[in-house]
Design a protein around this ligand. Structure first.
Ligand SMILES: *Cc1c(COP(=O)(O)O)cnc(C)c1O
Length: 412
């Protein structure tokens, strides 16, 4: 006689399972969510790169969006002080220190003229990627649809999948300067859409959105009762006018969460410091998810982040100038070589059309083989990125010049 045996849950209740069910649970297989993530596309390129490195090739890395400039001395110095304080050695917990949330609100007011309530409208993040990845868990239910840009930064898609929701990619096309076309999106069936991601200055294209685009987005989303998440990680890396915040748009706070990162602004990707702000209900939900996964950002980093934000105007200027010079040099150089380049208005990237007859993959592979320069195939950001490659501006001007010289040897 098969007897059902029970498993006691944390809340005291007992779940009974038949031996078959228990057997089914014991199978050593990883969960199915991971199988729904897109395949890793860079296997071949990674292998080629490893082979080239082994052979001692002098490779110019323009693949990953990680600033090569060191964190400013004053910031490192601040951290060295903060790290010695015992009160920073304990669990930080919660949404971040009150002092840091006030510094964030202060910077927002100065930079965007937007008022934020430090108590309810801000939470710190362990890098903005963490918050972006967790947001669908906070704002969607399984089987809801989430609109994600195509091409786009991969965590919008993967965070959605891991939450059990369904990503619906929408195209960013060059004819629209890589902005969403709301006249087209109007006709989309949005009954199940719960959340939409946008990102300007944009990775991978370098497009910057005017405030009018944000107005259109908010109108679109408000009418349909859709949450909006705007990723503003590159707000301080711009080459024309300073890009706006989505929260500058009237009514934005009713439905919008905006993400920021200290990573690119202050050249501190390894430190892991970002924040989300905007709609109080959404921020509360995100903070609640995080309470169950992490215990906050290291106190010493939070203390240093206050210094960064209080001095943001001064600290962000020098990296911006450096990347701006590199951008001009590299875009002009590529154009001289005959490449069709989208001139970026912000961000760390140069988005380039592949030559006639090439795919993203074949183009990136030949550039690696024949010029020992690493770039990223555009289809890694979604199928609508096919036909493009992405270079990052994360090498000194001298190295970028060398990359251009080598690219001259690649005949298409
Ligand atoms: C780099 C990047 C981020 C994340 O940075 P964190 O280091 O996690 O703060 C977020 N969004 C985009 C578009 C990025 O390129």
């Amino acid at each position: 006689m098969a007897s059902a045996s029970g498993i006691r849950l944390g809340n005291g209740s007992i779940v009974y399972m038949s031996p078959q069910e228990k057997g089914a649970r014991k199978r050593l297989e990883v969960g199915t969510r991971l199988k729904k993530l897109p395949p890793y596309l860079f296997v071949d390129i990674d292998r080629k790169r490893e082979e080239a490195v082994k052979k001692g090739a002098d490779i110019i890395h323009l693949g990953i969006g990680d600033p090569d400039l060191p964190t400013a001395d004053a910031v490192v110095e601040k951290m060295a002080q903060a790290i010695k304080k015992p009160e920073n050695h304990r669990y930080p917990l919660g949404r971040g220190t009150r002092v840091l949330r006030e510094a964030i609100a202060g910077w927002y007011k100065r930079r965007f003229n937007v008022d934020l309530d430090p108590e309810t409208e801000i939470t710190t993040l362990i890098g903005s990627k963490e918050g972006i990845g967790h947001l669908p868990l906070a704002l969607t239910d399984p089987k809801d649809d989430v609109l994600v840009p195509n091409p786009g930064y991969p965590p919008y898609f993967s965070g959605t999948v891991l939450a059990g929701a369904h990503p619906v990619p929408f195209p960013l096309d060059e004819v629209n300067r890589f902005l969403p076309d709301f006249d087209v999106l109007e006709h989309l069936d949005t009954k199940r859409v719960r959340l939409m991601f946008l990102n300007y200055p944009n990775n991978p294209t370098g497009a910057v959105a005017p405030l009018s685009l944000f107005k259109d987005a908010i109108e679109f989303a408000r009418q349909r009762k859709i949450w909006l998440a705007h990723d503003n990680a590159y707000s301080e890396l711009y080459y024309d006018a300073p890009p706006p915040s989505m929260l500058q748009t009237p009514g934005a706070k009713d439905i919008t969460v905006e993400f920021h990162s200290l990573s690119k602004t202050f050249c501190m990707t390894g430190w892991r410091m970002g924040f989300a702000c905007g709609n109080a209900q959404a921020i509360k939900a995100l903070a609640q998810v995080k309470d169950n996964y992490d215990s906050g950002v290291f106190g010493a980093i939070q203390e240093t982040a206050v210094f960064c934000l209080d001095n943001a105007e001064k600290l962000s200027e020098s990296p911006r100038e450096v990347f701006s010079r590199r951008k001009i040099l590299f875009v002009e150089g590529l154009r001289k070589l005959g490449y069709e380049v989208f001139d970026p208005a912000g961000g760390l990237y140069v988005w380039v059309k592949v030559p006639e007859g090439q795919t993203s993959k074949s183009c990136a592979e030949r550039i690696l083989d024949e010029a020992a320069v690493i770039c990223t195939p555009g289809n890694g950001f979604g199928d609508n990125g096919e036909g493009y490659i992405r270079f990052t501006l994360t090498a000194p001007e001298k190295r970028l010049k060398e990359a251009l010289e080598r690219l001259e040897r690649v005949k298409w």
